[in-house]
Ligand binder design. Structure first.
Ligand code: ADP
Ligand code: MG
Length: 382
C-alpha cells in the first residue's frame, strides 16, 4: 500500500546539544507567609539571577554574638526570587523542554522540597495563577494546533499518585495499579488516559485529581505530604516535512514530589512509621539514584522504589529533565532548606544520555494526486 513507515530519524546526534545533556536545576523561593512574618525572619537571599545565599546563623542573637554572617552560596541555572510570577517560572524553566517534547524528545519536570515550600503551587497553582502543569498543556495545545498538518492531533493525560509504595489512578480512583515494563519504559497498567480538548477543562480535572490524593489520617482536609503526584502528557501530531508526513509522539511528565523533610519514625509498630519508612524509601531511592548517576556508576538502583522505576527514563535515559527546588525563606525551616539546596546542587551534576532518536514515524507522500488522496483517506481512518 501507499502507507509505509520509515525508521525513526536521527535528531541532534553529534551536536553540542546532544553531547551536553544534563538536568537543569532551578530554585524558587516562596514569599513569607503571614504566620512566618510574625514569628521568624528570612534566612535566604536571592543574590542575583543564579545565586542563592543561605545564612548559617540561627538567630538575631547569634548574629550579634558572631558579629558576622556565615553562610553558603549556591549557584543554579536560575534562582527565582519570591516576586517571580507563574508565567516567568514556566517560561524560564519549562518552555524549552516542552518545545523538545514537540520535537519528539521526552521531558520531565519535578518539584522537590519540604512540605509547605511551594511545590503544589508551582506545579498546579490556582485558578487565578495556574502553574507549570496547566501552562505546559496550554502551550502544547497552541503549538500543536499551529503545526499539525491535517488538524489531527491528540493530547492525552494521566495523573497518578505514589503513596506508601502504592500506585493509584488520580483520575479514576480505585484499586492500586501495577507497574510493568514495556517499550515506552515503565508504565502503570490500566491507568486512565484522558483525552483533553482544551486547556480550560484541565485545571478542574487536575484539581479534582488532587482531591483524590491520599490524606493523612490525622489531617483529613490536607493532602498528604507523603504522596507523589505524577502527571503524564502524551502529545501526538502530524506535520509536513518537505514531501513527507511525519507523525510525532512526545511524552511530558510533571511531578509534584512528596515533602522531602525527614519522615519522623516515632513508633515502629504503627502504620504511620511504616508510611514514613516508605516515603523515605522513595525519596531515599531517588537520592541514591542521583548519587549513583553523579558518580558514574554502572548500576543505578532504579528498582528500589516505585518512584525511581517510573523516573528511570527521565533521570538516566534520553530525556530532558528539569528540577525545580522549592524553598521557604523562614529560618524556622533552615534545616529543610539546607537539605533541599544540597540535593539541588548535587542534581546539577547528573548527565543524562545523549539524544539520538526522536519518537517519530516518517511517511513518504506519493507523487500522484490519486495516491495522495488515498493516503489521506487512510490517515483519517486511523
Ligand atoms: P507544598 O506543596 O510544597 O507542600 P504548597 O504549594 O502547598 O507547598 O505551598 C504552601 C502554601 O504557600 C500554600 O498556601 C501556597 O498557596 C503558598 N505559596 C507557595 N508558593 C507560593 C508563591 N510563589 N506565591 C504565593 N503563595 C505561595
Ligand atoms: Mg503539596
Amino acid at each position: 500500500g501507499v502507507v509505509g513507515f520509515k525508521a525513526a530519524t536521527e535528531v541532534g546526534a553529534g551536536t553540542a546539544e546532544a553531547a551536553e545533556n544534563r538536568i537543569l536545576v532551578f530554585v524558587r523561593l516562596r514569599p513569607m507567609s503571614r504566620k512566618e512574618e510574625a514569628g521568624s525572619r528570612s534566612c535566604v537571599k536571592i543574590v542575583n539571577k543564579k545565586e542563592v545565599y543561605l545564612t548559617e546563623y540561627a538567630s538575631e542573637n547569634d548574629y550579634l554574638r558572631l558579629k558576622r554572617v556565615r553562610g553558603r552560596h549556591f549557584c543554579f541555572d536560575s534562582a527565582f526570587p519570591d516576586s517571580t510570577t507563574q508565567a516567568e517560572i514556566y517560561n524560564t524553566s519549562t518552555a524549552d523542554l516542552v518545545e523538545g517534547v514537540l520535537q519528539g524528545r521526552n521531558g520531565t519536570v519535578f518539584c522537590y522540597g519540604a512540605t509547605g515550600a511551594g511545590k503544589t503551587y508551582t506545579m498546579l497553582g490556582t485558578m487565578e495563577s495556574p502553574g507549570v502543569m496547566v501552562l505546559a498543556i496550554k502551550d502544547l495545545f497552541s503549538k500543536v494546533r499551529q503545526r499539525s498538518y491535517d488538524g489531527n492531533h491528540s493530547i492525552q493525560l494521566s495523573y497518578l499518585e505514589i503513596y506508601n509504595e502504592t500506585v493509584r489512578d488520580l483520575l479514576s480512583p480505585g484499586r492500586p495499579l501495577h507497574l510493568r515494563e514495556d517499550k515506552q519504559g515503565t508504565v502503570a497498567a490500566g491507568l486512565t488516559q484522558y483525552r483533553a480538548y482544551s486547556t480550560d477543562e484541565v485545571m478542574k480535572l487536575l484539581q479534582q485529581g488532587n482531591k483524590n490524593r491520599t490524606t493523612e489520617p490525622t489531617r483529613v482536609n490536607e493532602t498528604s505530604s507523603r504522596s507523589h503526584a505524577i502527571l503524564q502528557v502524551i502529545v501526538e501530531y502530524r506535520f509536513m516535512d518537505g514531501v513527507s508526513i511525519v507523525t510525532r509522539v512526545g511524552k511530558l511528565s510533571l511531578i509534584d514530589l512528596a515533602g522531602s523533610e525527614r519522615a519522623l519514625a516515632t513508633d515502629q509498630r504503627t502504620q504511620r512509621s511504616i508510611e514514613g519508612a516508605n516515603i523515605n524509601r522513595s525519596l531515599l531511592a531517588l537520592s541514591n539514584c542521583i548519587n549513583a548517576l553523579v558518580e558514574g556508576k554502572k548500576h543505578i538502583p532504579y528498582r528500589n522504589s516505585k518512584l525511581t522505576q517510573l523516573l528511570k527514563d527521565s533521570l538516566g535515559g534520553s530525556c530532558n529533565t528539569v528540577m525545580i527546588a522549592n524553598i521557604s525563606p523562614s529560618n524556622l525551616t533552615f534545616g529543610e532548606t539546607q537539605n533541599t539546596l544540597h540535593w539541588a546542587d548535587r542534581a546539577k551534576e547528573i548527565k543524562t544520555k545523549a539524544l539520538t532518536i526522536a519518537n517519530e514515524e516518517v511517511l513518504n507522500v506519493p507523487d500522484s494526486e490519486t495516491d495522495q488522496a488515498k493516503l489521506l483517506l487512510e490517515l483519517q481512518k486511523e
